[in-house]
Ligand binder design. Structure first.
Ligand code: ATP
Ligand code: MG
Length: 460
């Protein structure tokens, strides 16, 4: 277990491990703290420490629970929250919580404060209680959680911290990290600043997009570009290999736009036979062609007011590209068999696994359409280009599977196998490999290398 710092921040405080009733405590009013953490043991230790310091403790096991409890709690002073919630995205949860309850101090259970939230006047006391709770087996819990997954990672930091530090180009000296784990108050020089950077990244509005897991340079660049362009009407072309998150990016662009309450309509140009694609996109009148017994509006019209996502745009037949170009330029379309034009207001996003510019140069794709669609380009990287995100992605998928079954972990050899794979199917392949491994592991809580099966066929 990592050594804990020996100096106490506030030596005059009573021991929080003893129940307050048996202590000669100063007559302070009860202050209310809401502890949000999925681990019952961790919650209980924190609760005991804080009760001893005359805090009124409310407990919640996840984000939704915390919202419900905070509605009931009068004069909530502090929210003490684990950096990982089982049900909600932590960044979004904190941003929403801060917006709804701006006077509540927000603090992570590792002692770091959440950026922009007010600091509790009892901050030191909270740190003291946190440290005492860690003196039981919290540190062991945190460390074991990480060490099983990333054997050479410093103890006491979550995988997110570790990867974030690496992304910041920082060294991860074990001693520093150890004191940070036990710490909370007596932090080594520079550590506080580092933690500030980490927490700032987690909740700042220019932070990564929560659903896009990864803190590597290429992934943060994807998030940055999404945030820059989401609110605009600008067409966006998303380029990247299969399984690298293009659809995730398109959905995020829609969610972060003012059109988020309107439709998000996706059409996969490669999945629909050429003969049907035109009618599917533009709609048709009754009797427009054999079999058209009823008139139907197309996908473009059904996205009116919202976002139209043209997936695998590189597969669109050239003839249809001309018709699409006319729509993109004029915002008007004609249903097949109709002479009238209809005005439609959509924001266009397109995606491709090809290098569309090269196709346009070769004449395989209309270059005028290319320039219309690729006003702004977002490139989703292959997983092999951001392997440093592997631990957080693994953690994300294992935790997500843990919603329906007990969370499993990887042993060191299994992790090595994943690290040494070249991931032609990218994040989707990782998701499937982990799911397969979790099934193969049966009731075992730890996944071994024999369960890591990449399959014989390339994914998808
Ligand atoms: N950075 C990421 N974080 C979390 N999940 C991811 C990430 N990238 C991809 N995924 C997941 O991987 C899977 C594939 O992603 P997505 O469908 O967006 O890929 P794609 O680039 O559109 O693939 P294709 O070209 O095959 O259509 C999805 O389940 C998605 O949630
Ligand atoms: Mg896709």
């Amino acid at each position: 277990m990592p050594a804990l710092p020996t100096s106490l921040p506030t030596p005059s405080l009573p021991s929080p491990t003893l129940p307050g009733a048996h202590l000669n405590l100063p007559r302070k009013p009860l202050r209310v703290v809401l502890i949000t953490c999925s681990d019952a043991g961790h919650r209980e230790r924190l609760s005991r420490s804080l009760t001893g310091l005359r805090w009124q403790v409310i407990e919640a096991r996840g984000g939704a629970d915390a919202w419900a409890e905070s509605e009931k709690a009068k004069q909530l002073e502090v929210l003490l929250v684990d950096p990982w919630l089982p049900d909600l995205d932590i960044s979004e949860f904190l941003a929403d919580f801060h917006r709804e309850k701006p006077t509540v101090a927000l603090m992570f259970t590792d002692g770091s404060a959440v950026k922009d939230s007010p600091r509790s006047p009892y901050h030191q006391e909270l740190l003291y209680a946190l440290r005492h709770s860690q003196e039981s087996d919290t540190v062991a819990w945190q460390a074991s959680r990480l060490v099983e997954m990333v054997p050479d990672a410093p103890t006491g930091l979550s995988p997110l911290d570790v990867v974030q530090q690496k992304a910041n180009g920082e060294t991860s000296e074990k001693e520093d990290a150890r004191s940070a784990a036990g710490t909370v108050s007596a932090v080594p020089a520079g550590e506080e600043q580092r933690r500030a950077q980490i927490t700032e990244r987690r909740v700042s509005p220019v932070d990564r997009i929560p659903e896009l897991i990864g803190f590597s340079g290429p992934m943060l660049e994807v998030s940055r570009r999404i945030r820059l362009v989401a609110a605009r009407l600008t067409p966006v072309l998303i380029e990247g290999p299969t399984g690298s998150g293009k659809e995730l990016v398109a959905e995020a662009l829609h969610r972060l736009s003012s059109r988020s309450k309107k439709a998000f309509v996706a059409i996969n140009c490669a999945a629909i036979p050429e003969a049907l694609l035109e009618a599917e996109l533009f709609g048709h009148t009754r009797g427009a062609f054999t079999g058209a017994v009823q008139g139907r509006i197309g996908r473009i019209e059904s996205a009116d007011g919202g976002t139209l996502f043209l997936d695998e745009i590189g597969e669109m037949p050239l003839a249809l590209q001309s018709k699409l170009l006319r729509f993109v330029e004029s915002g008007e379309l004609q249903r097949i068999g109709d002479n009238d034009t209809v005005k439609v207001d959509v924001r266009i996003l397109a995606a491709t696994h090809q290098r569309l510019a090269e196709h346009a140069q070769k004449g395989a794709f209309r270059s005028d359409l290319y320039y219309r669609l690729a006003v702004f380009l977002i490139r989703t990287p292959a997983l092999s280009e951001h392997l440093e995100d592997l631990p957080v992605l693994i953690e994300h998928f294992l935790e997500r599977m843990g919603r329906t079954a007990p969370v499993k972990r990887l042993d060191a050899k299994a992790l090595d196998r994943l690290r040494n794979h070249d991931w032609p199917g990218n994040v989707r392949e990782l998701e499937h490999v982990l799911e397969r491994a979790a099934i193969l592991a049966g009731d075992e809580p730890v996944i071994g290398e024999q369960e890591v099966d990449f399959g014989l066929l390339p994914p998808n």
